[in-house]
Ligand binder design. Structure first.
Ligand code: CP
Length: 309
């Protein structure tokens, strides 16, 4: 049986193209499973998984939990706001206490960049990064690229623009790595204050004119402005941001091509995207969410195959 080249899923940066191909092939199988009347397989009955969320989440947390339950794993959930972290416990102590309860895989979202890498060096469990600060969100990038492949047949040679707050986004960096591994061309578009200074060194194009960016691309992945990560004002007003970078139907109708619209969620309707676009047949936003379960089942299943019982 084919195996991943990595022992943990810490970031797309650590994956090879063959890993993504294997994850997609495995996800194809699980997508078929979750569309059956009985959406569950007994594959991981001997595996226990802890979901540790030190930051808020709706989609990622629910999607991981559902993926784990569809694989018949035992699941425990931890949310920092209701835990002894508030009493001063360190990350390693928290995790080692959870592992003492015989946990095999830890899924973790944390506000610190590199939290997953740190944990993988100090605890004896498989680690899956569910988002570390403004660094990486590998499962989001995998479900995004899987959704592009499903919609357009291939990712190779497609032109993808990532629009909005690139500076504070872990989705952007993971998508750039995944899209490039799969042979896509990548552009970022947004106010220069929200684009990292050295982003061109990653081989991506930079565009500040939203219409030109949309005319160039096959796929537009629209990001939220991440106010919770901002310690300063990056643009004069939300109204101006929306006028210059918001995606609306009038703008899409003004370009002479059909493009695919994506968004990782949560959406701020009326800010970076209007409802008539988010809910239109150009949008694959809910397909992304559906594919997230199959992709996460694939990753958990493949990592669990490496565990010797
Ligand atoms: N896309 C994403 O990570 O959403 P959540 O923050 O709701 O998990």
């Amino acid at each position: 049986m084919k195996q991943l080249s990595v022992q943990h899923l810490l970031g797309i940066k650590y994956l090879k193209k063959e890993d993504i191909t294997l994850i997609f092939e495995t996800a194809n199988h699980f997508k078929e499973v979750i569309n059956r009347p009985i959406k569950k397989v007994p594959s991981l009955r001997d595996i226990t998984i802890a979901n540790l969320f030190f930051e808020n989440s709706t989609r990622t947390k629910l999607s991981f939990e559902l993926a784990e339950k569809r694989l018949s794993a035992d699941v425990i959930n931890f949310s920092a706001s209701q835990s002894s972290v508030k009493k001063g416990e360190t990350l390693i102590d928290t995790v080692n206490n959870i592992l003492a309860m015989k946990v095999d895989i830890v899924v973790m979202r944390h506000s610190d960049v590199g939290a997953g890498v740190f944990l993988s060096k100090h605890v004896n469990a498989k680690i899956i990064n569910a988002g570390d600060g403004a660094h990486e969100h590998p499962t989001q990038a995998l479900l995004d690229t899987y959704s592009i492949k499903e919609k357009l047949g291939t990712v190779s040679n497609k032109k993808v623009v990532i629009i909005g707050d690139i500076l504070h986004s872990r989705v952007a960096l993971s998508n750039i790595y995944a899209l490039q591994l799969l042979g896509a061309e990548v552009m970022v578009c947004g106010p220069l204050s929200l684009i990292p200074k050295h982003i061109k060194s990653l081989g991506v194009q930079v565009e500040t004119n939203i219409k030109k960016a949309l005319e160039w691309c096959d796929v537009a992945n629209v990001l939220r402005v991440q106010n919770e990560r901002m310690d300063a004002s990056y643009f004069p007003s939300t109204r101006e941001y929306t006028q210059l970078f918001g995606i609306n139907l009038e703008l899409l109708n003004s370009i002479n091509k059909d493009i695919v619209i994506m968004h990782p969620g949560p959406i701020n309707r009326g800010v970076e995207i209007t409802s008539d676009v988010a809910d239109s047949d150009k949008s694959i936003i809910l397909n992304q969410v559906e594919n997230g379960v199959a992709i996460r089942m694939a990753i958990i299943y493949l990592l669990a195959q490496q565990i010797k019982k």
